[in-house]
Design a protein. Structure first.
Length: 261
């Protein structure tokens, strides 16, 4: 059977174009493809919502691949084991309340589960700004990550979303953009980004889910970004809080959209 390079090229361009135009207007746009963003995407897409996720790197998975200090095992506490089970991630009891899983299997399973649930992932796309009207976040300003990396002066494009989730981890990129434009208006005790505190795994894990909320009209914050925004401590390579935070962000937004999972 003959193979034509132009057909191969056309197939890629047509299919990508379909994904891109289908997701110009969505229910939810997630920024960041770490564990919290992937889990949020899974539950939202699984509930039938139109959801896209933008990740600036070529790879999805954020800080989960490397476990702790490149020892590629992650730890998950009992409370979050149902999420591991939901994604079919194999795990082993280490001692009471501490389970371990292979970091690579965890990322691969979260990614596969989210995609199969209906999430569309755009990798190598960076979010460089938000759309505001004027008191609410209503979309994202996107560009190719290589354009940003090369420092090229190229104007971005725009997508509209009913809700945005900042799941950018320690960067808290999207919340930071909103804070710069509307100082003092965030839903934190100071009205601004309070910054991440030193390591305290137990408190950080509880705080991560507590701090998962609408931080500005139209903008939710999940995962490490939630803690860094609200002044919570870091937790290191324990991932239950990330998984539960993604689930909570999805459930809260589903309620706002008039549906529970
Ligand atoms: O950091 P990350 O894995 O976020 P998370 O879901 O999980 C945190 C844990 O991995 C770990 C931890 C222990 O539990 O604290 O750090 O909160 O993934 C965040 C992703 O967001 C991408 C970034 O490349 C990373 O993959 N990202 C950050 N800023 C942008 C972005 C941006 N402006 N546009 C697109 N992607």
């Amino acid at each position: 059977m003959a193979l034509d390079e132009i057909v191969i090229t056309r197939a890629i361009i047509d299919r990508y174009h379909e994904k891109l135009t289908d997701k110009l207007e969505t229910d939810v746009a997630i920024v960041g493809g770490g564990p919290s963003g992937l889990v949020a995407g899974y539950y939202l897409a699984g509930a039938g919502k139109k959801v896209s996720l933008y990740e600036r790197k070529l790879t999805i998975g954020g800080g989960m691949w490397g476990g702790g200090m490149l020892f590629n095992e992650i730890v998950v506490q009992s409370e979050a084991v149902p999420v591991l089970e939901e994604f079919g991630i194999r795990h082993r009891l280490y001692q009471e309340n501490y389970y371990t899983a292979d970091g690579i299997e965890a990322v691969a399973s979260l990614t596969s589960g989210a995609l199969k649930a209906g999430l569309t992932i755009f990798n190598c796309v960076t979010v460089e700004d938000v759309v505001m009207r004027p008191e609410r976040v209503e979309g994202l300003v996107i560009n190719w990550a290589p354009v940003e990396m090369a420092g090229l002066h190229v104007d971005p494009l725009t997508v509209r979303a009913r809700y945005v989730i900042d799941a950018t981890g320690h960067d808290t990129d999207i919340v930071r953009m909103v804070e710069n434009k509307t100082p003092g208006r965030l839903n934190t005790s100071t009205g601004g980004i309070m910054g991440q505190k030193a390591m305290w795994a137990e408190k950080a894990e509880t705080d991560t889910t507590q701090n998962t909320k609408e931080i500005f009209p139209g903008l939710y914050v999940a995962g490490m970004a939630a803690n860094a925004t609200a002044g919570g401590p870091r937790m290191g390579p324990i991932f239950g809080g990330m998984l539960l935070s993604g689930q909570k962000a999805a459930n809260n937004i589903l309620k706002r959209l008039g549906q529970t999972s």
